[in-house]
Design a protein. Structure first.
Length: 105
């Protein structure tokens, strides 16, 4: 496991980052709790924060991946567009991520 992940994000983000590291061009099927389902590909992974001042007790740094929407399978709220970038982090991690070999991350 990546030693840089916080305890909160380890279980989710470590598997996603590991898969992207092994195959950067992988296309994933992401299923969200609101019913949206998309195919997406990693654009970049990065460290970010929750935009609070770093001396705020609720300040938090965490890792995220910007993923490009390749294909929309289901868009319940009509908010998604092919080609748009979405941020995936442990706060908004999809209900399920499946790689092209059918492995659930």
């Amino acid at each position: 496991m990546n030693k840089y992940f916080s305890n909160e994000e380890k279980q989710m983000m470590d598997r996603l980052f590991g898969s992207i590291n092994k195959n950067p061009s992988e296309v994933y099927i992401l299923t969200f709790s609101n019913g949206d389902v998309i195919e997406a590909q990693a654009d970049t992974c990065f460290e970010t924060d929750n935009r609070l001042d770093d001396d705020d007790p609720n300040y938090e740094e965490y890792h995220a991946c910007a993923m490009e929407v390749v294909r929309i399978i289901a868009d319940k709220n009509k908010m998604l567009k092919e080609g748009q970038l979405i941020e995936i982090n442990y706060h908004n991690y999809p209900q399920q991520i499946i790689d092209s070999q059918g492995n659930v991350l």
